[in-house]
Write a protein that binds this ligand. Sequence first.
Ligand code: ZN
Length: 158
Amino acid sequence: MVHDAGNIALFCDLAGTLVAMDETRQLPIDARGNVKITLLPNVRETLMPIRDHLIFVVTNQAGVKRGRFSLAQVEAAISELDRQLDGILTGWMVCPHDDADRCECRKPKGGMIAELAAIHGVDLAGSTMVGDQEIDARAAAAGGVGRFVHAAEFFGWK
Ligand SMILES: [Zn+2]
C-alpha cells in the first residue's frame, strides 16, 4: 500500500542545509561564474524515502540584492539541485532582498512559507522545517510550521 502523506510538507533551507556553502556562508560560485550546487552528505539518502511529501526550498539570497549573482542564476542553481535529486522538489521560493528592503519574505519572517502553504494547501501544523541557522527556526515558527529540526540532526551529520 502506498503511503499517502497528504499535504504534509518539508520546508528546507538551501545553503548549509541541502548544499555546500562557501567561507562567507553563501552559495559558492564556480570558475564560470555560475552558482555551484554540491549536495551535502546524506541529503539524497534522507529525502528519497520521503519523496511522497511536498518538499520545498525557502532561501534568503541577499547576494542578488548585493550584485553577487542574479536571481536567474540562483533559480538555475536550484533547478540543478532538483535535477540532482531526480525532480524531488515540489517548489521553491527565493528572497532576493536584504534587511534594508523590509520585505515579508526574508527569513526570519515566514512570508515564503506562508505563500507556498497557500499555493499548495499545506497542513502547516503537521509539517517540518529543516535548517542550519536560528533564522530558519524563527521563520518556521513565524510561518506556523509545526516542527523545526536542525540540519545536522535531520541528515545525521553528528
Ligand atoms: Zn524578500
